[in-house]
Each structure stands twice: as structure tokens, then as C-alpha cells.
Design a protein around this ligand. Structure first.
Ligand SMILES: C[S@@+](CC[C@H](N)C(=O)[O-])C[C@H]1O[C@@H](n2cnc3c(N)ncnc32)[C@H](O)[C@@H]1O
Length: 249
């Protein structure tokens, strides 16, 4: 009888030690300061902010499907904001996958009229902080540049996918598509957000680019508004089944 009690006590102490250890490990990340010096630049010099993933990332399931079905490993995202979609995409990639997150982090003209002005000055620190909190500094490479300049400096990258969600005016969308097309032409996926936004600026840019280059495009609806939203231009035979088979989605 005594021996049995001893065993009970021993087992309950072990259970308590294991439980409190795991509770400590979970809470420690919120209480203990993050050691920034162990992170690669530019993450090691950030003014760390609490997690705030406010953003758009309208079609996460569709992006996941593209990444998984086409074995995507390297993505360039143009227009990152606080990182909601970069972080979502990075989580879908294999351990050695990379997202190059391109943004000048100054906000778009359209956001300047949308009540987001207060966010602009802290945008870059907020983005870097979010990536740190999500433990993705090894997968997300910040490229703090204007889109067109970044396309020039990454021209030898050969990404599997380019996702365009920057300035949504007609001229800038068309300029982005033209600048990034050569990096995926023949092998990758060229896609973007907000097809039906505003007076059709994005959709007209996509259509004009396709006409100029004899290419096809498809769209996928916004899950809530049901308007065409995610757009994908056929730039490579690798994605033929996307355009030929309705079953893909
Ligand atoms: C709609 S937000 C991106 C949203 C983000 N993809 C998400 O899902 O949360 C547009 C972003 O594009 C950036 N941007 C606008 N024009 C740009 C340009 N020419 N070069 C680089 N970034 C630009 C803005 O700073 C802004 O952060």
C-alpha cells in the first residue's frame, strides 16, 4: 500500500514537472526578450513591435494550392505591407524555400487616402517584427526597394512564382508585370491580387499585357465578394493544367 502511494507521488511530480516545463516554454517567448543579435540583417537592428498582421491576403487557399501543386520553392512578392501574405506563403514552402519580399515600405498612393497614413512611418519595423515573431527570418528576405529597381537587381534569381500586389494603378501594375515577367517567363507562375479593384485598373493592365504578348490569363474569385480577384498569366507550359482543366481548383 505504502509503495503504491510512493509511485503515485513520483508519477504526479513527474507529470507536474513536464507540464510546467512546457507551459514555461510557451510563455517564455512572450515574456523573455528576443535575442536580436542572433538574427541575420536587417532583422538584427529592428525596433521590435508586437505582432500585428493586419493586411489583405485575400486568397490564401488559392496561393497555398499554387505553391503546393507546382512545387514552388522561391517566390517574389511585390507589395508586402506588414507581411500577411509573405508570411502565409513562406509557411507553405519547404524548409529551404524563400520569399523575397519587395516593398519600398512607404505605402501606396491609394492607401494615402484610405486612413493608413499613421502606419507608414513604422511599416518596415512592423513587417520585420512580424517575421521575427513568426520565426521566419530564415525564409523571408526583405528587399526594401521600389519594385522596378528590385526587378533589375534580382534579374538572375529565376523564382518559381512572382506575386504582384503593389501599386494598383493601371500604369504601375502594367510596369510591374512588364518588369517581373522576364524572371518567370518559360518556367514559372506570374500572378497577382485585386483584379477587380477600383475602375478595373488592374484588370485592364493584365488584359493589355496579355494582348501585347499573346498570352492567356485566368482569374479566381474573391472568397467573399465573388468578384474575379486572383489573376494568373500563363507564362510557362509548367502551368498548362491550370488553364486547361477546371478541376485544378
Ligand atoms: C496592398 S499593400 C500589400 C498587401 C500585402 N500583400 C498583404 O497581403 O497584406 C501594397 C504595398 O505595396 C507597396 N508599394 C506600392 N508601390 C510600390 C512600388 N512601386 N514599389 C514597391 N512597393 C510598392 C506599398 O508600400 C504597400 O505596402
Amino acid at each position: 500500500m505504502r509503495k503504491k502511494n510512493l509511485w503515485y507521488n513520483y508519477i504526479s511530480i513527474m507529470v507536474m514537472v513536464v507540464l510546467s516545463g512546457s507551459i514555461f516554454a510557451r510563455t517564455a517567448q512572450f515574456i523573455l526578450p528576443i535575442d536580436l543579435s542572433s538574427l541575420p540583417p536587417p532583422y538584427n537592428s529592428v525596433k521590435l513591435k508586437p505582432l500585428d498582421l493586419g493586411g489583405w491576403n485575400h486568397t490564401p487557399e488559392e496561393l497555398t494550392k499554387l505553391i503546393q501543386k507546382f512545387d514552388v520553392k522561391t517566390i517574389v512578392e511585390i507589395g508586402v505591407w506588414k507581411g500577411a501574405s509573405s508570411i502565409h506563403m513562406a509557411k507553405q514552402l519547404p524548409p529551404d524555400g524563400k520569399v523575397y519580399s519587395v516593398d519600398h515600405f512607404a505605402g501606396s498612393p491609394e492607401l494615402q487616402e484610405g486612413g493608413y497614413e499613421d502606419e507608414f512611418s513604422k511599416l518596415y519595423d512592423q513587417f520585420l517584427s512580424n517575421v521575427i515573431h513568426e520565426k521566419l527570418t530564415h525564409k523571408i528576405v526583405p528587399i526594401k526597394m521600389r519594385s522596378i529597381e528590385a526587378a533589375e537587381s534580382l534579374k538572375n534569381l529565376k523564382p518559381d512564382m512572382v506575386y504582384i500586389d503593389g501599386d494598383h494603378s493601371y500604369a504601375e501594375t502594367l510596369a510591374d508585370i512588364r518588369a517581373w515577367y522576364p524572371l518567370v517567363a518559360g518556367h514559372g507562375i506570374l500572378c497577382g491580387d485585386d483584379f477587380s479593384l477600383k475602375e478595373g485598373d488592374v484588370s485592364t493592365a493584365v488584359k493589355d499585357f496579355c494582348k501585347e504578348n499573346g498570352l492567356k490569363y485566368i482569374t479566381k474569385d474573391h472568397p467573399e465578394t465573388k468578384e474575379p480577384w486572383l489573376w494568373i498569366i500563363q507564362v510557362s507550359p509548367r502551368t498548362d493544367r491550370l488553364f486547361n482543366f477546371w478541376q485544378f481548383w
